[in-house]
Design a protein around this ligand. Structure first.
Ligand code: ADP
Ligand code: MG
Length: 667
């Protein structure tokens, strides 16, 4: 029987926890794969433990302590062996306080971290068995242990009744094991070989179905607004700008204009490195749509970016007599009412805004083109939702992204879009020079910034990224601390501004406004500036503890400088490693992305974003499997022999994933 109700130990609370995680059937439970495996090794003597994963065995020295701060719990304890002792910390696992008894001998496996000069084992697991132990991401309200007991029960219960999802011939053709076998080996692996087969089978199925679902979310070939004269309008657009377009900009806009003239709805993603000038291309497309009597909407992931676009649009589009307006979430009621009217009666031809653009009360007026900027920050569904707001029309869809990704990965993420690549920067830019700077040289760096500030040039100082949720507040703390330290010390007397994610909109606006205006010469910030800030007079970027950032993110941050004629520098504070050296060697976003992908695999590469999480949930961190499934998808679509299989898999895909496409991708 395929029902969670049959699970022993499932009360209403735990049932709710499963529902929250999207688990409604025993099959869902089995499809919830371990986030990793623990290969229980021989314990290391505590004295020999170093930073990183560690397995230790020892005696609990005292009863654990449980404390709460800001709604979070922390359990602390200490174990000792013949060689030394080590402290243990669990965040948000209050039940751990009851799991340990003084004097008990236990084996633990966790991440050893250095804290105030002593090692600490973070969130360690108590190990009972040897062998390969599945690790489940804890669900809120459901300890990992309980979860694994549910999974084992589910394995028992579905054994007989579960049917294979894929046709036999398909399994043979792609060398895939049966679904039940794969579940068994994922949740109770006997050896590495079994595990690899299981992951391949489930990853293959998940990836393939997900890609099918995305493609169905936005089918190609729907009828859309047929624009007349779009190509000529696009050419004319460039002549009215203060700069000549790059070849890549001209080609991309020309392609877009052509597509919009066919009578089919455009569905295109423009991928271009930071600074390649995607905004102008988007405005060009907007002019084409608007001159045909359609409205155009441009959605950006942050308020700052939306404002910046609005200002630029007013400047760039004034020669065309286009009216544009801004709609954001922080607007006052009266302002908002005015905006909604302007949008509904069509007096706003170009509507720029944040997520507010997809809120229910916005009525568009002949919306013919829906643009999302920084698409990698949005979910698939949000992009589609914007388009769906158009009445009686299937508008053209244009998505812009500065996260360059290889084509095979693009198929997984943006399977419903065609991709244009803008691989050229506007002329006259001096490439940013990048240096890795050891911590010891920090003071020299501040002197350099001071000198630059006195010469009138501006600098960004980006504080370390803190991944750990428990310590999210530290991100802000370290920015605040750095700001005070510098403004009292090395940068005394220099105009400085400070910004971080949890500031109010007004505070943010004030800080960024000072930097835009140039009264602040130095902007200390957390990574909030990653997306889209454009201050040509800023020529220095300093990234603290650069080792902690992903390559793509470092590249995005670096892209904030080198936007004017003056020579720009990016300083990466930290020890040289392969990532930082790659960055120091090249400015080419695609090369950097490729390297990042090699170093980290696709799941990590996409990180905490929607798709990264999704790949991690699928247990996929393997480009080969992605390529294989993309090829399989092409084959299914293009080869008439596969029609029946294609139809079968498509309906499976709809059932399994169409409701998941609306998960939000912001981080
Ligand atoms: P991104 O692709 O990162 O969104 P933007 O559209 O913000 O890049 O463009 C970056 C900067 O380059 C802007 O200040 C823009 O006005 C300028 N720019 C865009 N295209 C050109 C061009 N062809 N020549 C000179 N400057 C350009
Ligand atoms: Mg941009």
């Amino acid at each position: 029987m395929n029902d969670l109700q049959t699970l022993k130990g499932l009360g209403p609370k735990r049932r709710e926890a499963l529902l929250q995680a999207g688990i409604t059937t025993l099959e869902d439970l089995l499809n919830h794969l371990p986030k990793g495996y623990l290969f229980a090794q021989e314990p290391t003597p505590i004295a020999r433990v170093t930073v990183g994963e560690a397995c230790v065995e020892g005696i609990v020295q005292a009863a654990p302590t449980l404390s709460y701060f800001g709604g979070r719990s922390m359990v602390r304890a200490r174990v000792m062996d013949a060689s030394d002792s080590i402290s243990l910390t669990w965040f948000n696992q209050p039940w751990m306080a009851k799991q340990l008894l003084k004097g008990q001998r236990i084996t633990l496996y966790g991440l050893a971290q250095r804290r105030q000069n002593a090692l600490n084992l973070l969130n360690p697991q108590i190990i009972h068995d040897k062998g390969i132990i599945p690790q489940y991401a804890p669900l809120p309200g459901l300890p990992g242990k309980v979860f694994s007991s549910f999974v084992l029960q589910a394995l028992d219960k579905v054994a007989i009744s579960t049917k294979e999802s894929l046709p036999d011939s398909f399994l043979r053709e792609h060398r895939l094991i049966s679904r039940y076998q794969a579940w068994q080996s994922s949740h109770q692996p006997r050896n590495m070989e079994d595990l690899a087969q299981a992951r391949r089978r489930l990853g293959f199925e998940n990836l393939l179905l997900y890609q099918l679902a995305i493609r169905q979310a936005g089918p190609q070939g729907q009828a859309g607004p047929k624009l007349v004269n779009a190509k000529a309008t696009a050419e004319d657009f460039w002549t009215k700008l203060p700069f000549a377009p790059t070849g890549a900009q001209r080609n991309t806009l020309s392609q877009i204009a052509q597509d919009m003239g066919t009578g089919q709805a455009l569905r295109r993603l423009v991928q271009g490195d930071v600074g390649s000038g995607k905004t102008a291309v988007a405005f060009g497309a907007a002019v084409c749509a608007i001159s045909n009597g359609y409205q155009c909407a441009l959605m950006a992931p942050t308020e700052l970016l939306a404002r910046q676009h609005h200002e630029n649009a007013q400047k760039m589009l004034s020669p065309f007599g286009i009216t544009c307006g801004l709609l954001t979430g922080s607007m006052k009621a009266a302002q908002r009412r005015e905006a909604l009217e302007g949008i509904a009666d069509g007096s706003w031809q170009l509507v720029i805004g944040t997520h507010a653009l997809i809120s229910k009360d916005v009525r568009y007026h002949r919306l013919g083109l829906a643009i999302t900027d920084e698409q990698h920050r949005f979910g698939v569904r949000q992009r589609q939702t914007l388009a769906d707001r158009a009445d009686h029309l299937v508008p053209h869809i244009l998505a812009l992204s500065a996260t360059p990704i290889p084509r095979s990965l693009a198929l997984v993420l943006y399977g419903d879009l065609q991709v244009s690549i803008m691989d050229e920067l506007p002329p006259g830019r001096t490439p940013v020079k990048t240096r890795i700077v050891p911590q010891g040289k920090r003071d020299d760096l501040y002197q350099y910034i001071r000198t630059k500030a006195l010469e009138g040039e501006q600098s960004y100082l980006v504080c370390p990224l803190i991944e750990d949720d428990e310590e999210a507040d530290q991100e802000k703390q370290s920015a605040v601390a750095l700001f005070h330290q510098l403004s009292k010390g090395p940068l005394k007397g220099i105009g400085m501004a400070l910004t971080y994610g949890s500031q109010t909109e007004a505070e943010k606006e004030q800080a960024l406004g000072e930097f835009y205006a140039g009264t602040a010469k130095v902007l200390v910030s957390t990574t909030v500036i990653e997306v889209g800030m454009d201050v040509p007079n800023a020529t220095t970027m300093v990234i603290e503890d650069a080792e902690n950032f992903g390559l793509a993110q470092l590249h995005q941050l670096r892209g904030r400088v080198g936007r004017g004629q003056k020579e720009s520098w990016c300083f990466l504070l930290g020890e040289a490693n392969e990532r930082l050296s790659t960055l120091a060697k090249t400015n080419d976003g695609f090369e950097i992305a490729q390297k990042d992908l090699e170093l980290r695999g696709p799941g990590e590469f996409l990180g905490t974003r929607q798709h990264g999480r999704m790949l991690n949930d699928f247990g996929v961190n393997d480009m080969k499997l992605i390529e294989e499934t993309s090829a399989c998808l092409m084959d299914l679509e293009n080869n008439p022999v596969n029609k029946a299989t294609y139809n079968l898999l498509s309906s499976l895909a709809r059932d399994r994933y169409s409701h998941k496409l609306d998960q939000v991708g912001l981080h």
